[in-house]
Ligand binder design. Structure first.
Ligand code: ZN
Length: 227
């Protein structure tokens, strides 16, 4: 048998797998497609993932976490490092399913001197030390900038990054040459308002997700009581 058909079979298998994962995300209501969507950046696009809905179904999250854990099962892992509190539920599910029984910690994002930075909460600092093997987990990798900063942080502590596991990755993103495993790898074009073909065709713009982000903290308990 030549190598080519085998390669095709592998590619097809991963395509089918990605479709299944995408269907799971659709069932959580997190994935929107075939729309004309305003992104928080001001760009327009046709697809969107609502991060907050990605892990609302415990059995789905556990299943997806197990798939990531299975991929990284051959490598010993001491620590699963979540990119932030938001990816912590998924990180927990990955750690729970990994045969090394790693601990789970998360990084914190912030700004310092006008630059983006990441740090580890003080309580976690003794858990990542020289020689620790760290698996990074993120829900959605869009630009990869948070992951890049976390890889630097881990390496500064003398620990090593085994790889990066995520639910969704925009295919154009390179991550320091580290092994990346994503359940779905998709790239969708984003347009400025001036260059947007959907605007040109007069398709109504869906501003729902940006509006929702801006109003996330309300209504408060007080508002609901009518005080
Ligand atoms: Zn548009």
């Amino acid at each position: 048998m030549s190598a080519a058909p085998r390669k095709d079979a592998v590619a097809m298998e991963s395509e089918v797998r990605e479709k299944i994962h995408l269907e799971i995300l659709k069932r959580t209501g997190a994935y929107h497609a075939n729309d004309h969507i305003l992104l928080p950046s001001g760009q327009h696009t046709t697809e969107y993932i609502e991060k907050t809905l990605v892990t609302t179904e415990p059995s789905f999250t556990e299943g997806l976490g197990a798939v990531i854990a299975k991929h990284f099962a051959p490598w010993p892992v001491d620590v699963v490092l979540s990119t932030g509190p938001a990816a912590l539920i998924l990180s927990h599910c990955v750690a729970r399913a990994h045969p090394s029984r790693p601990v789970v910690v998360y990084g914190m994002k912030g700004m310092a001197g006008g630059k983006r930075r990441v740090s580890l909460p003080v309580e976690f600092q003794r858990l990542i030390r020289e020689g620790s093997r760290v698996l990074l987990v993120e829900d959605l990798v869009s630009t990869g900038s948070t992951i890049d900063l976390l890889i630097d942080l881990v390496e500064q502590l003398g620990a090593q990054v085994v790889g990066v596991g995520c639910l969704w990755r925009r295919t154009s993103v390179e991550l320091h040459g580290k092994p990346v495993f994503s359940l779905v790898s998709r790239d969708f074009p984003t347009y400025s308002q001036e260059d947007c073909p959907l605007c040109r065709r007069g398709v109504p713009l869906n501003e729902e997700f940006v509006r929702r982000r801006n109003h996330r903290r309300s209504p408060s308990l007080q508002d609901r009581r009518g005080v």
